[in-house]
Design a binder for this molecule. Structure first.
Ligand code: ATP
Length: 444
């Protein structure tokens, strides 16, 4: 089917909620949409837009996709390869394809690659992006489908949905994203006959990415020796490298030895931007993510399951903060906090149990660490011994008694500065300290 054009700009195609936890990945659908429209040019970069990570019904990383298509004008740039075809992108479109025809051609692609029994797919084709506050709300709050549908109606969007069509929320939000901060990810995909089998990717090559391509991030977990760019699910992705420079990502991808790459595509993304964090707030509402400053109120305690919890004073009252077991050594940093420390915590507020799940924290100031020890004898100078629980101290040499221990300033294990969990337990949206121009503060 050939497409009709009219004067105008690129046409936006967005989709979400096509996969299940065991099958597929929405980004793969983006490659299939590009493949299904060979007569249309890709305008700009395909988008991988992560939305509120606290959405209870997400499958994995709450990611939606969006591509723009049209009749390319200007110089083409290589942004991927699908099958035998190089995928190029143009900065702008000279003409606008017909929205109804494009929707008709995208529908079977969505149907073919959706896990219908376990998902609520939504597909959007629109000539203009929905208003940008839709993205801003969808990345930080829970929004109703009606709100997304109303915003789509304003821009004359064509939509297609299956089951509850909840995917329209993510699709509309991805289409409305106006990047304030942005990163890129080059995603590579496996041959279909290998889906579900162990992935072959050189760990050595992955471990060298940070050094060879400093603009990339979240590559390798040096402590566990795990390549963080390789997923552990049965999805079609082989690996994905994230970074601040599209050129570096292209080279980084070429530096990895692996099983055959069936296809690859470069995405622009809001990953690693902290876009989901609410910094100006009056109340703390569960299922949103916040930055909160306060004073540590209680010594951190380890609860069954290995999670570490402490209470923080906040403008909204006492707040329990948690470092969960998968954050491994990060918990030791949290355990090193003491009451009186002033910290800034960043993370998602869970509903049940009501805890702020730490994505990183900053030590602003440290309370002096007070160490209790046996006092010296006031008469002979020898160190006294405990006289029993609650009974003070007694000198073994001269028999002198004393009530109080010696209190002295001890050394703290933390310094003022930022601390973050290891690469493997970071959120897609969390801004790594590396992107903040910082490194994790050295622990003394
Ligand atoms: P993957 O990352 O593997 O693509 P996923 O984690 O994105 O999967 P989905 O199956 O897409 O999971 O489920 C997320 C659902 O939540 C979608 O239907 C999406 O439209 C919806 N959604 C996304 N953001 C919000 C939000 N802020 N409020 C309400 N619903 C949302």
């Amino acid at each position: 089917m050939s497409i009709s054009y009219s004067p105008g700009d690129a046409l936006i195609i967005a989709a979400d909620d096509t996969d299940s936890s065991t099958w597929m990945c929405t980004t793969f659908l983006a490659t299939e949409l590009v493949r299904a429209l060979p007569d249309l040019d890709v305008i700009g970069l395909p988008r991988l837009v992560r939305l509120n990570p606290a959405v209870p019904w997400k499958t994995r990383g709450n990611g939606a996709i969006c591509i723009r298509v049209g009749k390319g004008a200007g110089l083409p740039r290589l942004i991927g390869r699908i099958g035998e075809r190089d995928v190029v992108s143009y900065a702008r479109s000279a003409e606008e394809p017909d929205a109804d025809e494009v929707l008709e051609r995208c529908r079977p692609v969505l149907e073919r690659w959706s896990q219908i029994e376990d998902s609520d797919p939504g597909l959007v084709v629109c000539p203009r992006p929905p208003r940008p506050d839709l993205y801003l709300r969808a990345v930080s709050e829970i929004i109703a489908k009606e709100d997304a549908v109303a915003a789509l109606r304003e821009v004359d969007a064509r939509t297609y949905e299956l089951n509850s069509g909840r995917g329209l929320i993510g699709a509309a939000a991805a289409a409305s994203w106006v990047p304030r901060d942005r990163t890129y990810e080059v995603l590579t995909y496996r041959r279909q006959d290998l889906w579900g089998s162990p992935r072959e990717v050189s760990s050595k090559d992955v471990s060298l990415l940070d050094e060879r391509f400093p603009s990339t991030f979240n590559n390798y977990d040096a402590l566990t020796g795990r390549p963080a760019i390789v997923p552990h699910t049965t999805c079609p992705i082989l690996y994905g490298i994230r970074g601040d420079s599209p050129m570096d990502l292209y080279e980084a991808h070429r530096s990895i030895h692996s099983e055959p790459v069936d296809r690859w595509l470069l995405f622009i993304s809001n990953q690693g931007t902290d876009d989901h964090i609410l910094r100006e707030w009056t109340d703390l509402v569960p299922n949103r993510s916040y930055e909160v400053e306060g004073e540590v109120l209680s010594p951190p305690r380890t609860v069954p399951g290995g999670h570490v919890i402490f209470a923080l004073s906040s403008r909204a009252g006492p707040l329990e903060c948690a470092a969960y077991e998968p954050s491994k050594g990060f918990r030791d940093l949290v355990r090193a906090l003491v009451p009186g420390d002033t910290v800034k915590v960043v993370g998602e507020l869970r509903e049940q149990p009501r805890t702020l799940n730490l994505e990183k924290f900053q030590v602003i100031s440290l309370a002096p660490a007070m160490v209790r020890s046996n006092p010296p004898c006031p008469r002979c100078g020898k160190n006294m011994k405990s006289a029993g629980r609650g009974q003070g101290y007694r000198c073994r040499r001269c028999g002198t008694a004393a009530d109080r221990p010696r209190i002295s300033a001890g050394q703290r294990a933390l310094m003022p500065g930022w601390y973050e969990p290891p690469v493997c337990s970071r959120r897609h949206l969390s801004k790594p300290l590396k992107r903040m121009g910082l490194t994790s503060t050295i622990v003394v």
